[in-house]
Design a protein around this ligand. Sequence first.
Ligand SMILES: Nc1ncnc2c1ncn2[C@@H]1O[C@H](COP(=O)(O)OP(=O)(O)OP(=O)(O)O)[C@@H](O)[C@H]1O
Length: 733
Amino acid sequence: MTHILKYSTTNRTRPSLFQPEGDMLGPVWCGVAILLLDWTLSAAFWAVLLHLGCPGCGGLAGLWAFGALKWVLLEVSVSALGAGRAELHRFVALLCLLRPVLEVGRTPLAGPPGPHGEPGADLSMLLLGGGSSVFACLVWEKLSSGGEKKQNQPDTKRILMRVLTYFKPDTLHLLTAFTFLIIGVICDTYIPLYQGKVIDQLSGQTLHASFGSTLGLLVLFSVGSAVFSGMRGGVFMCALSRLNRRLKLLLFQRLLQQEVHFFEENNPGRLSSRLHSDVDRMGLTVALNANAAVRSSVKTVLMLRVMLGLSWELSLLTCVEMPLLAFLQSKYISLSKELKEQTQECHAQLKDQASQTIGGIQTVRSFRAEEGELRRYRLALDQLCAIKRRSGIYSALFLIIRRIVTVGIKILMLMQARSLISSGRLTTGSLLSFLLYQKPMSNNLREILYCYRETVSTVGVISKVLGYLDRRPRTQPEGDLAPEHLEGRVLFQNVSFSYPSAPNKPALKDVSVELQPGRITALVGPSGGGKSSCVGLLKRLYEPGNGRILLDGEPLHHYRHKYLQQKIALVSQNPTLFSGSLRSNVEYGLPDCPPERAVDVAKRVNAHAFISEMEHQYETDIGEGGGRLSAGQRQSVAIIRALVRDPQVIVLDEATSRLDVDSQHAVLREVLARGRTVLLVTHQLSTAERAHRILVMEDGSVVETGTHKELISKKGRYYRLSRDRSQAAEGGP
Ligand SMILES: Nc1ncnc2c1ncn2[C@@H]1O[C@H](COP(=O)(O)OP(=O)(O)OP(=O)(O)O)[C@@H](O)[C@H]1O
C-alpha cells in the first residue's frame, strides 16, 4: 500500500520537461547545454579529422564510434549537471544515435555513399539533427503524458473493439476492401516517383532507353490507384450500410423491449436521435477512420521509404515539419472539440423544441404561445450561430499559422535542395518527386492524428448507444402460462407502489381489491388518488413494490406477455391512433383478423352508423393520430380495437367520456357480454352509478366500497364527491 501511494505521488508530481526541479538546473537549460556540448564535440571531431588529413570519417563504423563516444561524454555531462532525469537521458541518446541510425537506413535504399555522400562535416546535418531530436523528444514526452491521462478515461480500446465485433458478418467485405486499399495505396505511392523519372528522362538527365517502360509503369500505377481506390470506397460503403441497418434494427428492438419508466426518463427526440444520427456517426467514425488510418499509415511507411531513397537530408526536414504541423493540428482539434459538442447539443435542442412545438400545436395555439415558442427557437438559433462564428475564427487562425509554417519549411528545403543539386547528389526529377511526396506525407500524418482524435471523441456517443444496446428491461421475466380458458378474476393483494421517478412518494398504499367476472367495478376519486396507477400495474406497465396482483389466482408475471396483452385490454380517454385506414387501426397487431369481425363489433357498440357514412367506410384514412375523426369517434375506434381481440378483462379509463349516452350504454352492454371483468375508471359519477361495485380512491388508498345506493346512504366521501359534482354542474358554490 505504502509503495503504491509513493508511486502515485511520484507520478502526480512528475515535473514537465520545462519545469525546474528543486535546486537542479531547469531541464530546458540542461537541454540547451547538452545541445551546445554536442555541437562543440562534433566541431572538435571534424577539426581533428581535418588536422589529420583524413578524407572521411571512416564510413558507418566511424560514425557509430563517434556517436558512442559522444553518448558517453554527454551522459557524464548530464550527471555532472546534476540533472539525472529520464527525459534528458532520452534526449542525449537521440542526439547521438540519430545520425548513425539514419545512415544505416539510408545506405541500403540509396546505395553506398559516393565521394560526396561520405558522412562528415555537414553543418546542415548538425542543425537538423539537433532540431529533429528536440522535436522528437517534445512529441514523445507530450504523447506519453497524454497516455497517462487516458488511463483514467472510459475504456476507449474496449469500446472500439466492441464496435468492431458488430462488423463480424461483413468480414469478407472488409477483407476485400482492405486488400483493395493496400493495392491502391502501393500504386498511389509510386506515381510521384515515376513522374520524376519521366521528367529526368525528358530532360536528358538519365538514359532515354527505358522511357517507354517508365511511362508504361506510370500509367499502370495511375490506373491501378484509381481503380483500386474506387473499388475500396464502394465495398467500404456497402459494409457500412449493412452495419448501420443491423445496428439500427438491434437498437430499435432493444428500445421496444424497455419498460415504460425508461421512456418517461428518456426524451423521445433524444432516443430517436440516438437511433438515427448516433448510430450513423458510430458506424461512420469507426469504419471510415479505420479505413483512413490504415490507408495513411501504409502510405506513410511506403512514402518515407521512397523519400529516404531520394534524399535523406530533405526527408529529415520533412520530419521536422510534420510533428510541428501535427502539434498545431492537435491544438486546433482540442479547441474545436468543445465547440463541436456545443453545436451538437444546440442541434438536439433545436430539434427537440421544433418537434415538441409542432407535435403540441393545439396546446400552443390554445394558449396563444406562438410568439414565445418563436422567441425560444430564435434564441437557440442565435446560440448556434455564435458557436459557429467562434469555430470559424479558430479555423481561420489555424489555417494562417499552418500556412506560415509550411512556407517557412519549404524555403529551407529549397535552399538545401539547391546545394544538393549543385553538388550532384540530387536530380531535378528527384526533387520534383520529393516535393510531390511531401504534401501527401504531411496530409497522411494529419489524417492519422485526426482519425485518432475523431474516434476518441466519438467514444462518448458510442458508449451511449452501446449502453442502450446492453440495457435489460427492468421488468420481471415473462412466464409461460397461457390457459385456453380464463375466468378473468383479478385480485390486488396488499399492493403498494411508487413510481421509479418518485421512489419516496407512494402512489398506492396497501391496496386490496377484487374485480369479478361479469361485473363492472368502478374506480372513482379525486385526481391523484391512484386510479391510473392501478390500471398501469394491471397492464404490467410497472411492477408493484409490495403485494401481488393475481389473475385467476396466478401472479400476472406468470403469464405470457402476449397472452396478457390480448386478455387484458385497456382503452383510455385519448387513445393513440396511427395514420392509415380505420381498419388498419382496428386490426393493429392482428394480421389474421377476419374483416367481418370489426364490422360486427362496430355494430354492437353503435359505431357502424358513423363509419358507414364515411366516404371509404372502414378503409377511410383517419389522418395523423386519427386527426380526421371527432374525439368521440376516436374513442369508438379504440373500443372496437380492444373488443376485436376478445379480451376477458377490460379496463375503460374514461374511455367513453366523449360518447353520447346511447353509445355509452351500448359499450357497457357489449363489454359485459361473455362474462367479462370490467374495470371502469371515471370522474363521471353518472357513469359510475351503473357499476356493480364502486371503489373510492384517495391518496393511494381505497377509502370506501359499495354500490351507488350504499355509498350515497353512507354519506361519506362518495356522497360528498357526488354532491360537489352536482353543485358544480348547477354552477353552485
Ligand atoms: N409517471 C409518474 N411519475 C411519478 N409520479 C406519478 C406518475 N404518474 C402519477 N404519479 C403520481 O402518483 C400519484 C397517483 O397518480 P394517478 O395517476 O394514479 O392518479 P389518478 O387517480 O389516476 O389521477 P387522475 O384522476 O387525475 O388521472 C399522484 O400523486 C401522481 O402525482
